[in-house]
Design a protein around this ligand. Structure first.
Ligand code: ACO
Length: 360
């Protein structure tokens, strides 16, 4: 029995393949390198959802209309969610969407993390949420709703690249949670809420905030080795390193580093911050090789996610919500795929408690 279900195959999927030995991610027959090249999030969403609904409309306007619907839901709940932490507010607001398996529900769910992250962040800082502009692409409109001005082309490309990179990734913890709920035929809203709740934990989608906390504490490249060594001596895990499946460098870390370098070229990223991150990465990899020689611990997606989202002006408290903006497409595609199997997911447990007592 493996309590983390490692090596257990629990679903057949046409959606994505994580090749941990070779460091490759394939989404519906397209490798991550090709997927990211010049595409928008809507293109990858169309790829993921293809065949899971009767017909798919052109996604940019359909998603724009769904953002407008979500904005209306947010406006009528401002009083109850405005003061909550962003992720809690998002969970509460997602629960307001009527559950179902239709395309309209799916599009509202995809639109939700973008509209809610932007709107809830503004409410926290005492400003009103900005209504969506359905004529813009999803990434561009998300940045506009968050910051109140039209983003630069390179910033839109960086967010698209991030959302595409994290859109789907095999049977990760949040996707598995979404599939389990979908298998009960509870509906897409319930499945997405399960995915979001699983994503929240620091061992899954909650790591990038702590990555930046670590960079801040390290402060200067020359402090990296000593700081990280002390953290390991205290028995802490180094956030942004290690992965259940990848035994080599996570290919998503490279995709995000390229997006960061492009941002740095355009002047939208602080080069000193990048140099600090590279020093921390080098020191962490060296220490992990020395201290955990039996385990291949490499850089994972969360390390460069932290820097990219910071450069795009998202605060740490919202990082997991921005992850959800991308991953929601994967949750919905997997939930639909699970429903089509018609099979309830119901594994067994191994009882290790006491034998039944005899009645006196
Ligand atoms: N820092 C230090 N030690 C580590 C790290 C790390 N980041 N990751 C694993 N280890 C150690 C463990 O302590 C364990 O050591 P032990 O055998 O001496 O007890 C050994 O390596 C194996 O660890 P496991 O827990 O079996 O590794 P697993 O594959 O289950 O964990 C996980 C994967 C949870 C991602 C882990 O590497 C981790 O905690 N990383 C830090 C958090 C993080 O970056 N999370 C984001 C993951 S990416 C994503 O979900 C999108």
């Amino acid at each position: 029995m493996k309590s983390g279900l490692e090596d257990v195959v629990a679903a057949e999927t046409v959606l994505s393949h994580v090749d941990g030995e070779n460091g490759q991610l394939v989404v519906r027959g397209v490798s991550l390198d090709e997927l990211g090249a010049g595409n928008r999030y809507e293109d990858v969403l169309a790829l993921l959802l293809e065949g899971f609904f009767d017909s798919l409309p052109e996604l940019q306007p359909a998603l724009g209309a769904a953002r407008a619907q979500l904005h209306a839901i947010l406006e009528s709940n401002v009083g109850s969610v405005g003061s909550m932490p962003v992720l809690e507010g998002m969970r509460a607001m997602l629960a307001q969407i009527e559950d179902g398996d239709e395309l309209g529900t799916a599009l509202q769910l995809v639109a939700a993390p973008a509209v809610l992250t932007a709107g809830l962040l503004r409410l926290k800082h005492g400003s009103a949420p900005i209504p969506p502009d359905p004529s813009l692409g999803h990434a561009a409109d998300t940045l506009r709703m968050t910051h109140g001005s039209l983003p630069q082309r390179q910033q839109v490309a960086a967010l698209d690249s991030y959302l595409i990179t994290v859109a789907d990734h095999g049977l990760n913890a949040s996707t598995f949670a979404a599939r389990v709920v979908a298998s009960t035929q509870a509906g897409l809203v319930s499945a997405t809420l399960a995915g979001l709740s699983a994503l929240k934990g620091p061992l899954h989608g909650g790591a990038p905030g702590p990555v930046l906390d670590a960079l801040d504490s390290v402060g200067r490249p020359e402090n990296a080795h000593a700081w990280l060594e002390e953290a390991l001596v205290r028995g802490e895990r180094l956030m942004g390193f290690g992965h259940r499946i990848y035994r080599v460098r996570d290919p998503r870390a490279d995709a995000l580093k390229s997006a960061l370098l492009a941002l740095a070229e355009s002047g939208a990223m602080d080069r000193q911050r990048l140099a600090l991150a590279e020093a921390v990465e080098r020191a962490a990899l060296q220490l992990l090789r020395e201290k955990k020689p039996d385990r291949r611990l490499e850089t994972n997606v969360e390390f460069y996610t932290a820097l990219l989202l910071e450069a795009l002006g998202f605060p740490r408290e919202a990082f997991t919500c921005v992850f959800a903006m991308g991953r929601v497409g994967g949750w919905i595609a997997h939930a639909r795929e699970q429903v089509t199997t018609g099979r309830l997911i119901r594994p067994q447990s191994l009882y290790v408690g006491p034998a039944p007592r005899r009645a006196a």
